[in-house]
Ligand binder design. Structure first.
Ligand code: ADP
Length: 517
């Protein structure tokens, strides 16, 4: 009888020990800071995550008052917390700020529970602190975006209403005038101008909506840049004349061509020109320069107007961003022109940047677009790829539908990668052999050799093992995925593929799951 009892005691003791070891392992390995303190605020335990978050080693802070990590102005908060704990209350998700050893302020979310001894007496408290700095930053950014959106809607209302008053007046007058009089001519000129303003606003808004949703469809034609710039300049001439400004255009190299959408590109350059005209006082000077820049064509749009604060050089491209002075500016716009311009340029595989020596010192916008004759197969670009930063990849696009291939190439190029295009399976294998890509998007149904065949041939080469193969197909059944996996594909993407998924397929580092869409 006695033996059995002792035996059971030992088992229970062992079990308790094991539980304790288990619990302490959980605390030690937790990602959240876990701290305990007595009811007088003295720290009694401090796990490794707390060391990482607050910067104090356990031996430095155990035995010290918890107020070490409480900002001075929040000491009162700590007494209130201790009082609630004494009453047996549990405090959940209490967002506050704590001080790290180096004085940094950290946004934390606390959950604090009373600790009771065997008799049920409250003797202290355990505290779990989660670092919510990232969440707080995001909340601030969201509030910012929200504020900009509200401002945008208010401005939009204004901008849309502005042309309506003159239109309504003109129509009323027209109804009263005898037909064919001199005034009717003037009035219809007003109507024309104001309706154009409205139409432009609506077009920009629609394009912006499409661009942000990823549905902006681009034509793919060869465009002579000098010709295109002439067209954009013609559209802005009247406004330039109104402000008595001069506008000079210099094409340093004739015949520079790009592949792209004529209408969007004209719209983009017109936007830059309209800004130059708007943000430059009367009698100012605007200059457009077209030049070759290695494998790209560069367009400079310069003015000697109000200039840009160097700190805002990037920010002006944000959606709905409008400069301080601009809000009061009679011609101030909606803050979408540059955001749209950047989208359009990026969809063409190009870049846009702003330069200015400062306020009042004029501005320069530089658009760089890949030259048509250097787009695919540029050995210069290929060679330079070797010392380019890691994130720039060499990407093979194999797709027989020329439109789909061009769109995909443009998209991948806009992500900063080098792109090589092939239109059938055999050409794809040959091109891969030549350029040794880091990744390849392979359409599964191609003439001459299908995507599976291309994948297998690439994998046969010693360099082929390192190529990230991504299948593009209309079919996403389990059997289809199993087949692409068997052919050595890393990803199986079902068309239509969004930019996000393309990007993820190219860059994500996780080896699993190898198959998704
Ligand atoms: P907006 O409709 O306000 O002109 P944009 O997106 O075209 O919107 O431009 C954003 C902001 O960039 C403008 O509000 C202005 O502050 C600044 N900006 C753009 N172009 C110029 C320029 N040529 N000179 C000075 N500031 C400019």
């Amino acid at each position: 009888f006695g033996v059995v009892l002792i035996f059971r005691d030992i088992t229970e003791q062992r079990r308790a020990e094991r539980t304790r070891a288990w619990l302490s392992a959980i605390v030690e390995s937790s990602e959240n800071a876990i701290v305990s303190k007595r009811l007088d605020g003295t720290v009694t335990s401090w796990n490794p995550a707390a060391e990482r978050l607050f910067g104090y080693k356990a031996e430095e802070i155990i035995g010290q008052p918890i107020t070490r990590i409480v900002p001075p102005e929040l000491h009162r908060e700590e007494s209130a917390i201790l009082a609630r704990l004494r009453g047996g209350e549990r405090i959940r998700h209490f967002d506050t700020v704590r001080l790290a050893k180096d004085g940094r302020r950290i946004d934390v979310s606390l959950t604090i529970s009373p600790i009771r001894d065997d008799e049920g007496e409250i003797v202290g408290a355990s505290k779990i602190a989660a670092d919510i700095t990232a969440r707080k930053t995001m909340e601030r950014e969201l509030r910012d975006a929200e504020r900009r959106k509200d401002e945008f809607l208010a401005t939009l209302g204004h901008e849309l209403r502005n042309p309506i008053a003159p239109i309504r007046n003109a129509i009323e007058l027209l109804e009263r005038l005898p037909p064919g009089s001199q005034e009717t001519g003037q009035l219809s000129a007003i109507l024309n101008r104001q309706v154009r303003v409205l139409a432009r606003l609506v077009d920009d808004l629609l394009d912006l909506g499409r661009a942000t949703a990823g549905h902006l469809r681009l034509n793919d034609e060869e465009v002579d840049l000098a010709q295109l710039l002439e067209d954009s300049i013609t559209s802005i001439r009247p406004a330039v004349r109104d402000k008595n400004q001069t506008l000079a255009f210099a094409a340093e190299e004739p015949g520079l061509k790009v592949i792209g959408d004529r209408i969007r590109l004209t719209q983009m350059f017109s936007n830059l020109l309209r800004n130059a005209n708007k943000y430059t006082p009367t009698n100012g000077r605007i200059e457009v320069r077209l030049a070759r820049d290695n494998e790209r064509a560069a367009v400079h749009v310069c003015d000697d107007g109000i200039g840009i604060d160097p700190e805002l050089r990037e920010e002006i491209f944000a959606l709905f961003f409008r400069g301080d002075g601009v809000r009061a500016h009679p011609e101030g716009g909606l803050g979408i022109g540059l955001a749209l311009a950047r989208q359009i340029v990026q969809l063409h595989g190009g870049t846009i940047e702003a330069r200015s020596a400062g306020r009042g010192l004029g501005s320069e916008f530089i658009v760089r677009l890949p030259r048509a004759d250097a787009q695919i197969f540029d050995t210069d670009v290929a060679r330079r790829g070797a010392d380019a930063p890691q994130s720039r990849r060499r990407v093979l696009v194999a797709e027989d539908n020329p439109d789909a291939a061009a769109a995909l190439a443009m998209l991948v190029r806009s992500m900063g990668h080098e792109v090589f295009v092939a239109h059938d399976g055999l050409a794809a294998v040959e091109l891969a052999q030549q350029v040794r890509p880091d990744a390849a998007f392979l359409d599964l149904t191609m003439p001459k050799l299908d995507g599976h065949g291309v994948a297998r041939r690439i994998r046969e080469h010693p360099w082929g093992g390192a190529v990230r193969l991504i299948a593009l197909t209309g079919r996403g059944q389990v059997e289809d995925r199993e087949r692409t996996a068997a052919s050595g594909f890393y990803r199986h993407l079902v068309k239509p593929v969004s930019a996000d998924r393309l990007h993820a397929a190219l860059t994500d580092a996780s080896p699993s799951p190898p198959q998704d869409d």
